[in-house]
Design a protein around this ligand. Sequence first.
Ligand SMILES: [Fe+2]
Length: 231
Amino acid sequence: MRQKMQKTVSGRGIRLSTDALVDVGNLDENGNIHAADDPRCAFHKGNLLWHSDVTFDAVRANYSILAAHQVPPDRVDTEFADMRAAYDTLDDAMKKCVEDLSAEHSMWYSRSLGGMPDPGPDVKVTRRLVQVHPRTGRRSLCLASHASHVIGWLTEGGRKLLDELTAHATRLEFVFRHQWRVGDMVMWDNQQTMHRGTPFDDTRYARDMRRVTVLEGCDTGFGLRREGPGH
Ligand SMILES: [Fe+2]
């Protein structure tokens, strides 16, 4: 059986009718906007960092499908970065440098960057920085705010490398920006893209977004991710 997430966000209630839907909005179980001191606010701040969904889990996500039920009056977008183009445009020396490197991913690392307190021991997963697509054979970079450090490197040097690669991968020419409208549904391939939300006044405006996550090796749809808070 797949390893379950070991921690949840304190005070998190269930708002949606099925646990196959991941709640990535800012409403509580009563339909009210989270209070500013609600731990879920800090949790969702992690969504504003560049990441691919569920890289911290032993079974990675293939596809995410996100639907907009309610959006703020001011535009609030999601940006997507093409990690194939990011790899292709590395110079040869950098391609050689990263080819055999791996990074450690954990959900709570990215959440600590969003302002959540350190939860203590956590599930960690090691992933290669260069991934080869199983069907096309094309290489892409595997980064994400869930990646804390490079295995075998001193922390500072590894972080510097991850930051440099992320800055390269998210250059404007590699990024598509979707402006959400109610009723939109967007599907993306987590194994070849990163994404991030853009900030808005989340203590004033409601944003109701719901996601389904299709797990690696489960293209038929039978592998929906059913536990854990997502991202
Ligand atoms: Fe995400």
